[in-house]
Structures are given as C-alpha cells and as structure tokens.
Write a protein that binds this ligand. Structure first.
Ligand SMILES: Cc1ncc(COP(=O)(O)O)c(C=O)c1O
Length: 412
C-alpha cells in the first residue's frame, strides 16, 4: 500500500516453493491529487488509463512458449502493459537525464505494485488445488500481506495473515487498517519464533489451506516478472523507451529481481540488473538472490525445452549486482536519504512514496545514476500508487494485540 493511504484498489491466487502445498504452496481507486512538481504526471489520469486497460487473455511468456500454458497455473489480474515514462520530473533530484520509470505501481486498479503479476500464478494455483483459505506471513507493513488479503478475499478465499514486528510508520498503520477492512483474520505474531508458531497453528486448524510465504517469491510466482521483461522488450521495440543499460529494482525476497534476470536472459539483453537491498543482509545477499534466480530459471527450463537453452546460455545468475548503501539500520527503518526521496517519488508518480521500499529504492537509484552518468537507466517502480480508502476503519477492529501500534505520533 502506499504512504498516502488512500486511493482505490482492484482485487485478485504458491505452489512450487512459497506455497508449501498444504494444499501446497474495492473498490475503484481514488487516486491522490496531482503533486506540485511542474512535470508531475497526474495520478488520477494514470489510474484511469490503467482502469481502461483490459486484463490480458494470456501472458507474453505463454505466447513465446505455448507448452507452458498447460503446466503453469495462471489467471489474469494484471492490467498490462504498464506505462513506461521518461523520469523528467526527478531530473533535478537524480542529476541524470536518461532515466525511465516502469510504472508497475499502476498494474492493478485494486492495488498495484510488484505482487500482482505473481498472484496471477499463485491464486490460480490455489484455485487449482481446491484451497479454501490463504495463510500468509509478513511484517506489519508488508505489501505482500496486503496483496494476499485484497486479491485473496476478492477471489473468494478466506485469508489469515500472521504479522511480525517492524518499525511502526504511518504506512504500517494504513497497511494494518487496510487488512482489517477486508474482514481477513489478522493475527499478531510479534517476534519471529512466536510468528512461526502461530503460522503452524493456523495451518493445522485450517481445512484446505494454501500457504504463501514471505515475499510470495516461489519460482512459479516469479514467472510474472519473466513475463514483465518480455513486456519491456516489446515496449522498447515499439519505441516507447530506449533499451536500458541498467535496470534498478528494490530487492527484499528477490523474487522481482529473479524474474527480471531470467527474462533478460531469455531475450538476450546484456542489461545489468542492480538490486537495491531493502531488507536484512541475511535475507538478501548474493547467495540468496542467486538461489532465487537459479530456481526460477530451472522451473522454467523444466517446463519448456525451447526456452531452456536460451535461459542457461545467458547465465542469468551472474548478471546482477547489489546496492547495499540504502538500507540504513534495517528493514523498515527510516533513513535521511529515503525521506529525501519521498518528494521525487511523488513528483514521478503523483502518489506519495514511503521509506521501506520506494524511498530506499529511489535513494539507491540516485547513487547508481551518480556512478553511471552516461548510462540509460530504467527504474522499476514496485510500490502501489492505489489502495482502498481506510480513513473510516477503526483500529479497534484489529483487536487488542494491535492497539499499541496506533498510540502517539510516528516519525514518518
Ligand atoms: C513495494 C515493494 N517493492 C519491492 C519489494 C521487494 O520485492 P521482492 O521481494 O520481490 O524482492 C517489496 C517486497 O515486499 C515491496 O513491497
């Protein structure tokens, strides 16, 4: 959800990994007002344009390798292609004129961001397995939890989400209210050990559960971003933007990066991927990201001989680097650079940013721009610019475990 905490949402189904197969594994958007920057795009217009985009009948990946359609569950949720725009409104902040932004914040009028393309596979898989309840886990401000709750409830599932502690921001408060507003079962986990125990308890008592792990980054789900890379290729071929030398994307679980890396291998682009780390080093490092990329490449190669050779020839696991300079004290902790990035994010998208994902990603993007003054850079924006209005949701509806998160002022 976005820091603005308003807007609207369209709604939306893990298997391979993120879904342990236990069986494994809205509203319209009220957009924010246009920001004050002279070149700022108008978010309302952008969202209306997104609403007008039809769901796709099949993915570009399935068109490329038709044998995948029978093997990989999928249902349409994304409004794609998402726009690609010259980042002129952030020219001053970035001190760089060759930056383009890929607007996955607008990938759904229910709720945008980088989970929607994954949920096209996950929810389809949950349906195929006959699951009745989605069970997931994330931090208090997890966008993956928000997406599970919104798209899961819209798809007719019961949803239980177990939440662990992270710094409380206004974004986290709105995330909690948004989850509460859907009628999903929101369970406070607190520390990691108790959170894990509560997940096990939820799985045991559920009749037909489908588990979506933190980040929702199973190899199957990550195909959503392999497909997104084909979408970018087509946009470049149509002349909507130049081919990027560098793609900058925030990385937590690394699912988005993994899909993009495998996609870049498929289309044979020499583009360098730079992951801006937004979570702890133990969860996001060269080994974990490489593992995600390799697992995604294997998942694809095992299902399509025609793609296998292309994927492995390009060694997707070798073509990325990590920017560690934006994380500060850790996941969800504000940094001065992330706070400074809020204004350029709003100038670019018409919607406020926040400090956990987009603020740090934008700060990382600026560092990359400084180090690569002549490169053509694409910034993949992964934070929703739309979300349901939560202004009338009562925090008490979350129950007493969450009451203290609504006491007093928050720093950002
Ligand atoms: C807005 C946003 N951007 C980036 C990320 C990181 O994406 P990934 O887990 O695919 O690395 C997340 C993860 O939750 C997110 O919510």
């Amino acid at each position: 959800m976005n820091e603005r905490g308003q807007g609207a949402a369209p709604p939306v189904g893990n298997g391979a990994n993120g879904a342990s197969s236990v069986s494994s594994a809205s509203s319209a958007s009220s957009a924010p007002n246009a920001p004050n920057a002279p070149n700022a795009p108008n978010a309302t217009n952008a969202i209306n344009a997104t609403n007008a985009t039809a769901h796709r009948r099949k993915t570009l990946l399935f068109a490329e390798a038709p044998e995948l359609a029978a093997q990989v569950p999928w249902k349409p949720l994304a409004h794609a292609p998402t726009p690609i725009e010259h980042a002129a409104a952030a020219r001053g902040y970035l001190e760089h004129d060759r930056v383009w932004i890929k607007r996955d914040d607008l990938v759904s009028p229910i709720y945008g961001g980088n989970k929607v393309r994954r949920f096209e596979h996950l929810l389809a898989d949950a349906e195929r397995r006959g699951a009745k309840e989605l069970i997931t886990v994330g931090g208090l401000a997890s966008t993956q939890v928000i997406a599970t709750v919104l798209f899961g409830k819209a798809g007719g599932f019961d949803v239980t989400a177990v939440l662990f502690d992270q710094p409380v921001t206004s974004f986290a408060r709105r995330a909690l209210l948004l989850c509460a507003s859907t009628g999903a079962n929101i369970v406070y986990g607190g520390g990691y050990a108790r959170t894990a125990w509560r997940i096990v308890r939820a799985l045991k008592r559920s009749n037909k559960p489908y588990f979506i792990g933190p980040g929702a980054s199973s190899p199957m789900a990550n195909l959503g971003y392999v497909d997104a890379m084909l979408e970018l290729r087509d946009q470049v071929e149509r002349g909507e933007a130049p081919r990027p030398d560098i793609i900058v994307v925030p990385a937590g679980s690394g699912g988005t990066l993994a899909g993009l890396a495998v996609g870049a291998a498929l289309i044979g682009w020499p583009t360098r991927l730079i992951a801006v780390r937004i979570t702890e080093l133990i969860a996001c490092n060269r080994a974990t990201l490489r593992y995600r990329i390799d697992a995604t490449a294997r998942y694809l190669a095992e299902r399509s001989q025609s793609l296998a050779r292309r994927v492995f020839e390009w060694r997707p696991g070798a073509r990325f680097s990590i920017h560690h300079g934006a994380i500060g004290r850790g996941y969800g902790h504000p940094t001065p650079e992330a706070m400074e990035a809020l204004a350029p994010i709003e100038a670019l998208t018409g919607a406020p940013g926040e400090i956990t994902y987009s603020g740090k990603a934008m700060a990382g993007l600026r560092a990359v721009c400084r180090e690569n003054p002549r490169a053509t850079v694409l910034y993949w924006h992964t934070l929703s610019s739309v979300a349901p209005d939560v202004s009338s949701v009562d925090p008490a509806s979350l129950g007493p475990d969450f009451a203290r998160f609504f006491n007093g002022e928050v720093p950002v």
